[in-house]
Design a protein around this ligand. Structure first.
Ligand SMILES: Nc1ncnc2c1ncn2[C@@H]1O[C@H](COP(=O)(O)OP(=O)(O)O)[C@@H](O)[C@H]1O
Ligand SMILES: [Mg+2]
Length: 459
């Protein structure tokens, strides 16, 4: 919900109960507090009064809002309570065309229906229930400070309900999400990590989640009922759920982000997570951008996406140091060639150790980039999913020495301009090509590793 909307709603509620609108000072305090900011010093400075005065006014405001909204309001929970109250006040704006679940449109009615037997009822916020399933153990973690703080902010301050953590395979999505869990787990009642690498049906995933949420109660048979039970948990408990390898839900040989027919109902589930009011967060890790994410982001839902790019040079050097490589002076070149991709660097470092005794300078004498066999295997996975038009675009780009405009691909590839444009967009959603703006023109190119892969495999 937009800040303006939250403020307007608070004012309307206060006015309808007390007959008085919020005054300027109360509005200023509320504005800062709902954005999760420390308000006392700023509001005092802006209004030329003392911080003490602002604090007293704030205490009075929380009291009024608590009375008006019927629950204890403080600076910490004011946004969540206002959003929830607004949601329960009005019908949700769910796209009815897509909601067929149980003919059950107004989820707010569900508020009073508590989960059957909450596994979490006796737990305190310091002791969240954590189930990381088969998540890999993280031994080392470097950098990613800005990404961690962005994610933390979205989750804890903005109360974002659905986040897509995106980027090419090996860039560090799994590692980052596990690190994030480690940093913020105490703020949740329940933390779950699951990989969808074997493309489970939505029903199987929901059953799995319900088994964690309610260990003792019976799991309903029906998928619709499972969805509603999950939403109940997400509403009544603060849960953080990471679903990894979401790309495995998408079909091979179609443009990026198209669900396999047997996984199509995930689309509705993710949409509900974004649109229905609850206090939890679902993170989707994927090397293909789910299509609905862009639409939901545009609609101003509590939905965000972040694309992971290369590791910082200093962090990438730490990876090479761990691998005990020599010739530190040449490491920056190596990092640049392998795009600061931690997995590509790890695989290449192993090759350098095994064949060149760890001497990076000697390895760099070879014609670059050398693609280790396991690196080729890594790249074969996204490439195995491309449409023929996408592959044709990649082959065309791999043969260019300079970045080219999209229109320069027309007539060079045996596909219509529409097919080429769609293919380019889809490749962007797979993070396989680089697009830069130069003099108001979008120019496309491939990074050296991907270029080399295309040349060796498809030319
Ligand atoms: N920030 C990081 N610091 C150190 N190693 C990292 C970091 N991010 C990723 N790695 C390493 O890179 C490899 C690939 O990371 P992973 O998270 O599995 O990528 P993705 O999930 O995007 O495919 C793993 O071996 C991981 O240990
Ligand atoms: Mg991963």
């Amino acid at each position: 919900m937009e800040l303006k909307e939250v403020l307007r709603f608070a004012d309307e509620k206060v006015f309808s109960t007390t007959g008085k609108h919020l005054d300027d000072l109360q509005e200023a305090i509320l504005k800062e507090a709902v954005q999760g900011r420390k308000y006392a010093a700023k509001v005092a400075k802006d209004r030329g009064c003392s911080e003490g005065y602002v604090r007293v006014a704030a205490a009075e405001l929380w009291k009024i809002l608590s009375e008006v909204l019927g629950e204890e309001v403080s600076k910490v929970n004011v946004r969540a309570i206002l959003e929830r109250a607004k949601f329960y006040n009005f019908s949700p704006t769910i796209d009815s065309e897509n909601v067929t679940v149980n003919n059950h449109v107004n989820f707010c009615q569900e508020k009073t229906r508590s989960p059957a037997s909450p596994a979490k009822s006796e737990q305190t916020p310091d002791k969240p229930q954590i189930d990381l399933g088969d998540a890999p153990e993280i031994f080392t973690f470097f950098d990613r400070t800005p990404e961690l703080s962005t994610l933390e902010n979205w989750i804890t301050v903005d109360r974002t309900r659905l986040i897509a953590l995106l980027g090419i395979s090996g860039i560090g999505k799994t590692t980052l999400s596990l690190r994030l869990i480690d940093e913020i787990k105490t703020q949740f009642d329940c933390v779950i990590y699951r990989s969808l690498r074997f493309s489970p049906t939505l029903d199987a995933t929901l059953t799995n989640l319900l088994q964690i949420f309610s260990q003792t109660s019976e799991i309903p048979q029906n998928t619709d009922t499972k969805i509603f039970q999950i939403l109940d948990y997400l509403r009544n408990y603060r849960c953080l759920i990471v679903l990894d390898d979401v790309q495995m839900l998408f079909s091979i040989g179609h443009l990026a982000g198209n669900y396999k027919s047997e996984c199509e109902d995930y689309r509705l589930f993710f949409k509900l997570i974004a649109e229905v009011c609850h206090q939890s967060c679902l993170i989707l890790n994927s090397w293909e951008k789910p299509r609905e994410i862009a639409r939901l982001e545009k609609d101003d839902r509590p939905v965000r996406s972040i694309v992971l790019s290369r590791l910082e040079v200093a962090a990438a050097k730490e990876i090479l140091r761990e691998q005990k490589l020599a010739d530190e002076k040449t490491w920056s070149t190596l990092i640049d060639i392998y795009q600061g991709n931690p997995l590509w660097l790890e695989l290449t470092a192993t090759l350098i150790r095994e064949l060149f005794g760890g001497r990076v300078a000697e390895f760099l004498q070879c014609e670059m980039p050398i693609l280790d066999e396991s690196l080729q295997f890594q790249l074969s996975q996204p490439f195995g999913r491309l449409t023929v038009a996408e592959l044709a675009v990649m082959v065309h780009l791999a043969n260019q020495h300079e970045p080219v405009a999209v229109s320069q691909c027309f007539n060079k590839i045996p596909y219509s301009p529409s097919e080429i444009v769609n293919a380019v967009r889809s490749l962007g959603n797979r993070f396989l090509l680089d697009a830069i703006e130069r003099e108001k023109i979008t120019l496309l190119s491939l990074n050296p590793v991907v270029k080399q892969y295309v040349k060796t495999q498809f030319s």
